[in-house]
Design a protein around this ligand. Sequence first.
Ligand code: KG4
Ligand code: ZN
Length: 336
Amino acid sequence: MSITILAIESSCDETSAAVIKDGLVINNVIATQTVHENYGGVVPELASRAHQQNLVPVVHQTLSEANIRKSELSAIAFTQGPGLLGALLVGTSFAKALAMSLDIPLIGVNHMQAHILAHFIEAPKPAFPFLCLTVSGGHTQLVWVQDHLKMKIIGQTRDDAVGEAFDKSAKLLGLTYPGGPLIDRYAQKGNAHAFTFPASEMPDFDYSFSGIKTAIMYFLKDKLKEDADFIGHNLPDICASIQYTLIHMLLKKLTKAAEHYKITNIAIAGGVSANSELRSAIHKLANEKGWQVYMPKFEYCTDNAAMIAMTAHFKYLEGEFSSLKVSPEPRMKFGV
Ligand code: KG4
Ligand code: ZN
């Protein structure tokens, strides 16, 4: 009998639904919320309202594009956490109601685990064990992945996530949210060594990204005293220099962990893994170190329900279902 799962993602500012059949994603619809653009970050209440508006149309669209009737579904999957409570609640309540009405199992998925399992949507799929650098708006983690559902976090940020550092730096430069892709774009025309920012040092395989934002704030304050249009005159160079510092920090710990664990299968995941300079810097490192690197397609780097569907497929095979009493977990953990 075939396994067909409808998956829903609503943890932050993307409302998404996908259908997976026997481990193959057959459709993935993403509605990106634009209401947050001028706020410098996601406004939780606005995110919840937008999910409420988008969810039913997104689910209808994916089912109709996949040509799947509700009666053909084997299970309903949803992002249980981590994420914004109100946003998660919209997806969780919808998934529970649909599973109950169709009398099929419910599968709660961890969003960070799903970012990693996005690698299994399409070939080339990483060989186990591999090391995954997961870099998103809310998390920065180094994860040792032994099997689809067996993972261990070996290092992580102690404060801000790297995506947050991109977005907050962009806000200081007057760019709209999310600033990460804009910094990436401007940086392509800039000199990465025009300015230097202090890279913080944490023990073991941990990171810290909160200091760089403050450093950039003071740097801009000083420069704006000399030239009121300093940002306008130097935007590509500032973006390239910020990006260089952040990527340098990410790769330093990734290299340290790969050497410590003697692992050469390396993957990146999460929204920041869409960054063009991070992708080319990892390829360069891979050539030097003899790594085999894996990067998801852009569509599967940022938030999407296809990765939730992929994770749910593995959980279905293991019989890992959730009860109808399940609640969202804004700080949900994963790993052994
Ligand atoms: O994984 P994701 O879509 O959502 C979370 O789970 O947080 O990641 C969103 C983050 C944002 O901080 C966004 O600025 C960043 O990914 N991002 C990028 C790029 N594309 C998205 N950061 C740098 N360069 C990019 N090209
Ligand atoms: Zn995410």
